[in-house]
Design a binder for this molecule. Structure first.
Ligand code: NAP
Length: 309
């Protein structure tokens, strides 16, 4: 029996584990893939206090090492079922069922798909949802990036030194991202020999290629003009959605599937907490995920101490 099972080893989960282990709690972390979540897939992080610039993988390693030094136990497995409404919480996984007094859901969010025909067919054959993971496969090639948020802009900056040409395709004419990063992209795109071509008010409507992606069809939303761009790769960076399907009949979710919590990270079920990007909130950053994790851990300590009475 654990005091706490944390599901997800992103910044929220790792921070919560550090706080809980320092409070001498018995903690199990369950992680489906690799530690770090979206943080690990971010190339350069320039807004995490204490580091002018650090790679997501380095920051992940530092957080993970800190937690492991404190005694964190991690099992790499997928959760199959949550039985978390009673006092003893049960989490069924491929590696068996684990029990705890509390559960902290740090499930993050996964990449949204364009939902254009043939998207699955070209997955790994030109289409990627992670520039930092797959960018090197496109050395000196032509790629397109779709999206107008921080991920797409960071992807442009990451791929700039790797690829030959970048089309940045956004469905509107204004971006929703950090001004400083957008300024860098704009400066690079305005150079006379720029390899960046920004295409606004446009959406991808078709994907073509014989066995692998060779071109994309785009439609200008204003004048309905259709054009085709020859590309070797397409990075889809159009946001993320939470992986909360298994929880939809158990927890209160918002209309997009994010978990509703109060400011102490409590969900509607006693002993079940949520932190990080999976939570309904306005700002999803590493620092806000860490803050959620710290707050959740303190709430969990308080909850466990009331259980003893
Ligand atoms: P996001 O902020 O939700 O932006 C998604 C972008 O994709 C938006 O510009 C949106 O257009 C566009 N989009 C959505 N659905 C689309 C569709 N079907 N077809 C075409 N375009 C579509 O997602 P994100 O950039 O992945 O960022 C997710 C969160 O992580 C954000 O909170 C972000 O700030 C954070 N993040 C932060 C950093 C950092 O270094 N600070 C880095 C990466 C991510 P509209 O603008 O028209 O809605």
């Amino acid at each position: 029996m654990y005091d706490l099972i944390i599901i997800g080893a992103g910044p929220a989960g790792l921070t919560a584990s550090i706080y809980a282990l320092r409070a001498r709690k018995k903690v199990l972390m369950l992680e489906r893939m690799i530690p770090g979540g979206q943080m690990a897939m971010t190339n350069n992080i320039e807004n995490y206090p204490g580091f002018d610039k650090i790679t997501g993988m380095d920051l992940t390693t530092k957080m993970l090492e800190q937690a492991v030094k404190l005694g964190l136990e991690i099992t790499y497995t997928d959760v199959l079922e949550y039985d978390i409404t009673d006092t003893i919480k049960k989490v069924r996984t491929h590696n068996g069922t684990f029990e705890a007094k509390t559960v902290l859901l740090c499930l993050g969010a996964f990449a949204k798909q364009l939902e254009v025909e043939n998207e699955q067919k070209y997955l790994g054959k030109g289409i990627s949802y992670c520039a930092t993971c797959d960018g090197n496969f496109f050395k000196d090639k032509t790629v397109a990036i779709v999206g107008g948020g921080n991920t797409s802009i960071k992807d442009v900056l990451y791929l700039y030194d790797i690829v030959k040409k970048i089309y940045l395709i956004h469905r509107r004419d204004t971006f929703r991202c950090e001004e400083s990063a957008l300024d860098k992209v704009k400066i690079l795109s305005e150079k006379s020999d720029s390899k960046i071509n920004i295409i606004l008010n446009s959406i991808v409507t078709g994907l073509k290629g014989d066995g692998k992606l060779e071109s994309i069809v785009i439609e200008n939303k204003e004048n309905k003009a259709i054009s085709e761009l020859n590309v070797d790769g397409l990075f889809v960076a159009i946001g993320r959605k939470p992986d909360t399907d298994l929880l939809k009949d158990i927890l209160e979710l918002d209309s997009l599937g994010y978990i509703k919590t109060d400011e102490d990270m409590k969900t509607n079920i006693a002993g079940v907490f949520a932190a990080g990007d999976v939570r309904h909130k306005t700002l999803r950053q590493i620092i806000t995920a860490c803050a959620d994790g710290a707050i959740a851990s303190i709430s969990i300590n308080n909850y466990i101490s009331t259980m003893k009475n």
